[in-house]
Design a protein around this ligand. Structure first.
Ligand SMILES: NC(=O)c1ccc[n+]([C@@H]2O[C@H](COP(=O)([O-])OP(=O)(O)OC[C@H]3O[C@@H](n4cnc5c(N)ncnc54)[C@H](OP(=O)(O)O)[C@@H]3O)[C@@H](O)[C@H]2O)c1
Length: 384
């Protein structure tokens, strides 16, 4: 029986993880779970799975969960430090790192330092602290399995080894503006930017998809996961999202991973690797998806993608600065303070105004994030 700790159990990835567990109750035991404030959903999960630990970040929510839990099978813990406790617990075998945002960094790092299998959905652990995180994985013989469809695809295609690898290619749907000319993007509203053709997602990630910053962050993730230089990572637009990514070898072979766009495939693979188990996702019917289209990315229109490549080339804190400036700019766009095309301009100016250095610990990463947000807010004043 594998003891599973799910960080972010109430979220979309957390829920999909539990649905895979439901298919294999003889293989996986839900050992510990966490959420931020949603104690009601945590109560439902506790009633069904009786985890040993349930962590609520919010103290008041922890108190409510604690009072509502009917059995004493589950110990309720409160606060961010408790995430690290369950991630590194000796009885934890696998950690699903599915907290959203920089709040997920410290617990991912704790799991790495404890030598766990980390199934990493939390992008920020790599985008903000990639060097520190990858070093901790290496130093502690931890196992890192990507939980993002593109990175899982590449991970799967590289199971034969890295011999003769030329480059990897991440696919991108292109979001709602794949075929919209640059000059038509000037007056795009938040609702238009959030109208993704394939997926219904949160508003921040929908805007990231429309600007292609989301793909830019994935390029940074790929750099750390596969230890590849920027010039060996490419992006191709593929609006059908059926090919999840590809790897190109020196002998002319290209391997791609295909599947229905459903995160349960990726999650089940991470949980069962190197074996495969049923994920509940139906088999792909290729005849239903033709034609499959591919286009090169337009780096003028999608300036955020260009900026992510540039930040990666710069290295160090530049990627954290890029991420912080993007979060501030997107929030201001969603509040109608700035225009869609201002997002990239604000990120570019923030990067130009920021001191470049190489963080050596999480405190420096967190501090850089704070300073970059202040700088981005200053830059925004000239746009509002
Ligand atoms: N969804 C996808 O298809 C997908 C695909 C690839 C990668 N990812 C990545 O996976 C991560 C999770 O995505 P998601 O879509 O599952 O997010 P989500 O649905 O928003 O869920 C986020 C989870 O994190 C918890 N949380 C929120 N703020 C927190 C904080 N400050 N401290 C601790 N926990 C906090 C939430 O708890 P409450 O419910 O209490 O707020 C919830 O359990 C993200 O980094 C995302 O980029 C997602």
């Amino acid at each position: 029986m594998i003891n599973l700790t799910i960080l972010g159990a109430t979220g979309s990835i957390g829920q999909s993880t539990l649905s895979v567990v439901n298919l294999h109750p003889e293989k996986f035991n839900v050992f510990a779970i966490s959420a931020h404030t949603n104690w009601q959903q945590m109560l439902t999960i506790c009633e069904q799975y009786q985890p040993t630990f349930a962590v609520m970040i919010d103290e008041a929510a922890a108190e409510q969960l604690s009072q509502a839990i009917p059995s004493d099978a589950t110990t309720v813990l409160a606060g961010a430090k408790a995430l690290e406790t369950i991630a590194a617990h000796t009885d934890t075998d696998q950690v699903m790192a599915a907290i959203v945002g920089s709040a997920g960094m410290a617990s991912s790092l704790a799991a790495a330092k404890a030598g766990k299998r980390i199934m990493l959905a939390n992008k920020e652990s790599l985008v903000l602290a990639g060097d520190i995180f990858m070093q901790a994985i290496k130093d502690n013989n931890a196992e890192l399995i990507p939980v993002d469809s593109e990175h899982s695809a590449i991970f799967q295609c590289l199971q034969g080894g890295l011999s003769g690898l030329n480059k990897i290619q991440l696919t991108a749907s292109g979001g709602p503006f794949l075929h919209t000319p640059l000059n038509a993007l000037t007056n795009i509203t938040p609702d238009q930017a959030c109208a993704h053709p394939n997926w219904s997602m949160g508003r921040k990630i929908s805007v990231d998809s429309a600007t292609m910053m989301n793909k830019g962050l994935e390029v940074i993730e790929a750099h750390y996961l596969f230890d590849l230089s920027t010039d060996r990572i490419e992006v191709v637009m593929h609006p059908q999202s059926i090919i999840h990514s590809s790897v190109y070898f020196k002998d002319g072979s290209t391997l791609s991973q295909l599947g229905n766009p459903d995160m349960r495939t990726v999650i089940a693979y991470a949980m069962s690797y190197p074996n495969r188990i049923n994920s509940g996702v139906p088999a792909l019917d290729l005849t239903q998806h033709s034609p499959l289209e591919f286009y090169p990315p337009d780096f003028d229109k999608f300036a955020c993608l260009r900026l992510a490549f540039e930040a990666l080339k710069q290295g160090g804190n530049a990627m954290g600065t890029l991420n912080a400036a993007n979060e501030v700019a997107v929030a201001n766009f969603l509040n109608h303070n700035i225009k869609f095309l201002d997002i990239a301009k604000i990120i570019e100016k923030t990067l130009a105004m920021s001191r470049h250095f190489y963080p050596t610990c999480l405190d420096e990463v967190v501090n850089n994030d704070k300073i970059a947000r202040l700088t981005a807010n200053e830059v925004i004043q000239s746009y509002v």
